[in-house]
Design a protein around this ligand. Structure first.
Ligand code: HAS
Length: 542
């Protein structure tokens, strides 16, 4: 692996795990404070800790890990090393993201930005928190441009050739991010910063939430797509097989790009100020975005089965027996896949209007995203770490680290089973999310929730132990003996010609994505400036 590129990738990966550690500490403390088990000195409160936990885990850990992972694969597949300009763009992006991230974190620690990771207005943070976030976004754009530049260079030097699957997926993931972050950038720069400095008196709440969720939903696919990259491209190699279908994999990524953005209203189904028709349309589009995930499930089953049969597996589930169960590089992402089945089903429940009325703003939703991002995605990222660090630092993972990795995966699952399981259950009993410790005057309903909260706290403690073990494993990986580890990229079963070339016509896909976004958002956003917003006291701007 190219040394200069390796330094860039490692800087991202190590910062990601540093954020994971800090975010984990904040997570443990918030669960103890919320459960009424402890009070912290210096007035450190639940909302402050929850903001730190959400921002560090959901925004910092993921973004750094993803950019590091995408750059590593781009370096290998799109030319063998990054162009000097791309490497520089990567470092510039890293620098801006880090300055911005630390500024935002400082504001949270000073209790000047306890606005949670969604920073909904009218909760107001210090302007420097928003400026920090804006820098993170701009930094990530620079990294994105670097990736596009590398891809374009590869295409120019390989005229008429189909790009490598990893490179294609990396471009798609970054494209999704660039288009999605335009929404949050407008919210932060045009609305929140001027309002927070006191330059503007009022803020249009509906618009700010809409801009946030225009970004917020594709954000979850920005987390998911790199996990899918591992499932589609890396796992086949690790199990000694081949990728089922290159074309199907590309199509599912394109569909995720097109359908993951015009669906933000499914987070706002319970909000006034958006007409039911537009909510309905975006719910239909939400069900469209489920399709590429179902295609992924199909593709993965087909890959496991075809490869299993090639190894002589018999019967309906014989393929399960020939999988490399004791290899953490396979095991951790596989457990992530398995978890994604109930996690995805929960998402479909959320998206269904009537059921959303039952679960919205309850701990069910918290349970949902701990299964999706904190289990399916996180375990896949952990699985990637076990080979990525050795590849870059030119080391070989020892059997001991492999065993510790297996143990880490099991601990994570046990912790999440208790935590996310009780969140789902108590959510159905009505327990709200994002609420500091209260027994609601010993109301019988709230008393009924208490055992679930205890189970959540126990799960949280187990998870924290799992997190400490993961940090230990990262350090152990950095100390493994020198040697050569291969970057595990799978090959496809079919020849390259089988993949339709139109899948790589980016201009067409971007245009279709923009059309869908305009369709889903233009009229409802215009309504937000109309008489419904200004004429009725209930919908007034703040
Ligand atoms: Fe979600 C809320 C709907 C997926 C994350 N979601 C959230 C929030 C987060 C989040 C963070 O419609 C909270 C935001 C906040 O703070 O308010 N979500 C969906 C839907 C999907 C979905 C329809 N979510 C995700 C993913 C996330 C994520 C992925 C992170 C990575 N979500 C919602 C809705 C809300 C929501 C509403 C708002 C709720 C509210 O009211 O506030 C779908 O994309 C899910 C599709 C998935 C599948 C599963 C496919 C299965 C596969 C695995 C195959 C396994 C194999 C192994 C092959 C259809 C691919 C098999 C082996 C064997 C041995 C069996």
């Amino acid at each position: 692996f190219d040394r200069k590129d390796g330094a860039l990738v490692m800087a991202h990966i190590l910062f990601a795990f540093f954020a994971l550690l800090l975010g984990g500490i904040a997570g443990l403390l918030q669960s103890l404070v919320r459960g009424g088990n402890m009070t912290l000195p210096g007035g450190i409160g639940y909302y402050q800790l929850l903001t730190a936990h959400g921002v560090l885990m959901a925004l910092v850990f993921t973004t750094y890990f993803i950019i590091g992972f995408l750059y590593s694969g781009a370096s290998i597949t799109l030319g063998g090393h990054l162009l000097p300009r791309v490497n520089r763009l990567g470092w510039a992006g890293y620098g801006l993201m880090t300055v911005g991230g630390l500024l935002a974190l400082a504001m949270i620690l000073l209790n000047k930005a306890s606005v949670l990771y969604t920073f909904y207005a009218p909760l107001k943070a210090s302007p420097y928190f928003y400026i920090g976030l804006a820098l993170v976004v701009i930094g990530s754009w620079l990294s994105g441009f670097g990736l596009f530049y590398q891809y374009r260079y590869w295409k120019r030097t390989h005229q008429g050739k189909l790009s490598p699957l990893f490179g294609f997926m990396a471009v798609c993931t970054m494209l999704l991010w660039q288009i999605a972050t335009i929404g949050v950038a407008i919210e932060v720069v045009v609305q929140l910063i001027p309002w927070s400095f006191g330059w503007t008196e009022r803020i249009n709440i509906m618009l700010s939430r809409t801009l946030f969720w225009y970004f917020g939903h594709p954000l979850v696919y920005f987390w998911l797509l790199p996990a899918y990259m591992c499932w589609y491209v890396i796992i086949p190699k690790l199990i000694g097989g081949k990728i089922y279908s290159d074309g199907l994999a590309r199509l599912s990524f394109i569909l995720l790009l097109m359908f993951s953005i015009p669906v933000g209203f499914h987070h706002q189904l319970m909000e006034p100020g958006i007409s039911p028709l537009w909510k309905y349309i975006q719910v239909v589009l939400t069900f469209m975005v489920v399709v590429p995930s179902l295609m992924t499930a199909f593709s993965l089953f087909a890959m496991f089965e075809t490869n299993g049969r090639a190894k002589g597996a018999k019967g309906l589930f014989g393929w399960l027996k020939v999988l490399p169960w004791s290899d953490v590089r396979f095991f951790a992402p596989f457990v992530g896949m398995l978890t994604f089945i109930p996690a995805g089903a929960g998402g479909i429940v959320n998206a269904s209007n009537q059921m959303n009325e039952v679960v919205h703003n309850t701990l069910w939703v918290t349970g949902h995203f701990h299964l999706t991002v904190a289990t399916s995605v996180a375990l896949t990222f952990f699985g990637i770490t076990y080979w990525l660090i050795p590849v870059i630092t030119q080391r070989v993972m020892t059997p001991r680290v492999n065993k510790l990795g297996m143990l880490q995966t099991v601990i994570w699952c046990v912790g999440m089973f208790f935590m996310s399981g009780s969140m789902h259950a108590v959510g159905l009993l009505g327990s709200p999310r994002r609420t500091a410790y209260t027994t609601y005057g010993d109301h019988p309903d709230a008393v009924l929730w208490m055992p679930y909260h205890v189970a959540m706290a126990i799960g949280g403690i187990v998870l924290f132990l799992g997190l400490l073990l993961m940090i230990y494993n990262v350090i152990a990986l950095l100390r493994c003996p020198k040697g050569v580890t291969e970057y595990p990229l799978g090959e496809t079963m079919e020849p390259e010609e089988a993949t339709p070339r139109y899948l790589e016509r980016w201009g067409m896909w971007i245009a279709l994505t923009v059309v869908l976004i305009m369709f889903a958002y233009t009229i409802p956003v215009m309504d937000m400036f109309g008489p419904m917003q200004t004429g009725s006291p209930g919908y007034k701007t703040w």
